[in-house]
Design a protein around this ligand. Sequence first.
Ligand SMILES: [Zn+2]
Length: 308
Amino acid sequence: MPPTRRDFIATSAAATVAALFARPALARATARRQGAAPVFTPLRRNIGYFTMQGGTIGYMVNSGGVAVVDAQFPEPAKVFIAGLAERSANRPVDVLINTHHHGDHTGGNVSFRGVARKVVAQAKAAEDIHNPPGAQPPADQLYPDTTFTDAWSADVGDERIAAKFYGRAHTSGDIAVTFERANVVHMGDLLFNRRHPVVDRAAGATLRGWVRVLQGVANDHSSDTLFICGHANTNLPVVASHADVGEFRDYIGAVLAFVESQVKAGHSRAEVMAMRDPLKGFENYGRFGAEGSREMLTCAYEELTTGT
Ligand SMILES: [Zn+2]
């Protein structure tokens, strides 16, 4: 039986972050973990992840350095930084990396002021942190000071961290961040564990691009790689396998194929958007019609009918 969505929507948190997004649905989707307890989970070879409110934070603490991937919102970031300091004996963060511009991944950057020595993002993501498409710029922010177009890497202690841009997908500036020796990848919002992804069309999201990006990631990694997801469906883990990356690729491909069959059958945009039943074979993603899934159908319809 597919998991039931019982997440409550914290309206105050949604209001707080509403200004960060082009559409209220995105704000609601990112505010859903408001009130969740902070949890640090060690994963493998000095890499772990932190969940509280917003996109999953990845972290690394080894004898030679400290690195963080994504920052959630300002308040959970403060809780995270306090817990990280306990684990790192109060050392500074050598590098904070943003996987993309969304406020539930970068809003907490500001809490790293005086803590992080360097903030890294893909060039388009950095541009979008300054001026989020369709949304208001942040009032106060610690902006990336190091940007790149296709790839960036650095040695931090005995770990090699490599960030790679595979093309437009969830936004126009998503990267996958690989801890090479640990063989752990932080996927940001390129990977949702069995829930409809947030599709930020205003920021250049493309489902066809997303399928290619996930294939590229799958090609670059192995069956032993662990993948940290930006978000997961209720009661599902935010850590996924190589097979899960392929499954999510197939899900997005199946949505595109379904909408294409509807368009070819002469169905109107409104008829496509009226879809409610889960796709066959992907029932655990849940029904359509709620937040997130509408953007997904809209994006698929527009891509298939306008070619962009
Ligand atoms: Zn996002």
